[in-house]
Ligand binder design. Structure first.
Ligand SMILES: *Cc1c(COP(=O)(O)O)cnc(C)c1O
Length: 381
């Protein structure tokens, strides 16, 4: 027997999670709308009540698992109503009063709220920046290390393997927020993490039309605790969202490749501008994140960040864009950008822009960005 070559990302994405072919059945079975399933006699496993399990999730969970941990039969994926539901499920199923958790201090903007809640439950929270692997310095005695790389919105990258080894040596578990990278950009479990956790709302599904989250884990006991938390809290995805997500996964490689190439093209165009400061994109060879990103990532994501001189300039730039929506979130097929400071949370300057490259033609997108920069340079009263 000859070993067949491993399948490429595009092939894996289009086939991910599909059930065995059944004559006269669709390739991807439609959403199963059910609260309960026929269940005569003793419950002996299988679908019973739809807060616990739903066949539409099963297909999606297999699909995400095949992308996050290809070939790992021991990996299990659980889907959630949102990325925050997935994040909370890991944190709150693992941590107890008296435990120590290490979070990034430059991560997703809801993490400070999570931190408050953890503290209210008697958990000690330490924070450190993503860049420079600074979380290493506060690991002693920790039960769980939470990594977000690349970080949102600053786009710093840390060494997942190095941090995971250091955490494991101290008996701590490691979770990586894989939202920005997607499983086609980086595979945290292969880099040593215990949990890969993400929002599927962003590039994973890519159309800006649903919220979703997931956790992938190879340890049966840890997975059981997360599953139990999902049952208790009930933060489950609807079957329609799960099905739409699965349908969208088929184009993940196409979207990611186009969007990442567009992000690089935008970053390269911005680099030549004197009015753009602190440009960050891990795919730029001279970016501070590039070296470690190229060691652990296979794609660098669709988000570019940069700073314009003032708040007013940032607002005029966003107004002047025609092909880019002023909207929060990222990862969708339509480019979006926002002045991140408007939320008040992230520690970024007033003119800081988070730009998410969509799947437009690169020339159109770059031209729109450069035109909006020129037009916004001149204040019109
Ligand atoms: C959006 C986001 C989340 C939260 O996901 P939701 O689906 O909005 O709940 C978590 N982490 C990162 C890095 C994100 O960008």
């Amino acid at each position: 027997m000859t070993e067949s070559a491993p399948l490429g990302d595009g092939t894996r994405a289009v086939r991910a999670g599909l059930p065995e072919p059944v004559k006269h059945e669709p390739t991807l079975p439609g959403p199963v709308f059910a609260a309960h399933f026929h269940l005569p006699g003793d419950p002996t496993g299988g679908y019973a009540y739809a807060r616990d399990e739903n066949p539409t999730w099963t297909h999606l969970e297999r699909a995400i698992g095949e992308l996050e941990a290809p070939g790992a039969d021991d990996a299990e994926t659980l889907t959630f109503a949102s990325g925050m539901a997935a994040i909370s499920a890991v944190l709150f199923s693992q941590l107890r009063a008296g435990d120590v958790v290490v979070l990034p201090d430059d991560g997703y903007q809801v993490l400070p709220l999570v931190k408050e809640q953890l503290i209210a439950y008697g958990i000690e929270v330490r924070t450190a920046p993503t860049g420079g692997d600074a979380q290493l310095d506060v690991l002693d005695g920790a039960k769980l290390l939470w990594i977000e790389t690349p970080s949102n919105p600053g786009l710093d990258v840390c060494d997942v393997r190095g941090l995971a080894d250091a955490a494991h040596a101290r008996g701590a578990l490691v979770a990586v927020d894989n939202t920005l990278a997607t499983p086609l950009g980086q595979r945290p479990l292969e880099l040593g993490a215990d949990f890969s956790v993400a929002s599927g709302t962003k590039m994973l599904t890519g159309h800006g039309d649903l919220l979703l989250g997931y956790v992938t884990c190879k340890d049966a006991e840890l997975t059981a605790a997360v599953r139990r938390w999902r049952k208790i809290v009930g933060a489950i995805p609807g079957p329609m969202e799960a099905w739409l997500a699965h349908r969208s996964l088929a184009t993940l490689q196409l979207r990611a490749d186009r969007q990442n190439a567009n992000a690089l093209a935008v970053a390269e165009a911005l680099r030549a501008r004197a009015d753009v400061a602190d440009l960050r994109y891990p795919g730029l060879p001279d970016d501070p994140s590039h070296k470690i990103a190229s060691q652990q990532m296979r794609r660098f994501g669709c988000v570019v960040s940069f700073t314009l001189p003032t708040r007013a300039r940032g607002e005029r730039f966003l107004d002047a864009l025609r092909l880019v929506d002023d909207a929060t979130s990222f990862g969708g097929v339509r480019s979006t950008a926002e002045r991140r400071r408007r939320w008040g949370g992230d520690a970024v300057p007033e003119g800081f822009i988070r730009f998410s490259a969509g799947a437009e033609d690169p020339d159109d997108l770059v031209a729109d960005v450069l035109r909006a920069l020129d037009e916004s340079a001149v204040a019109v009263d």
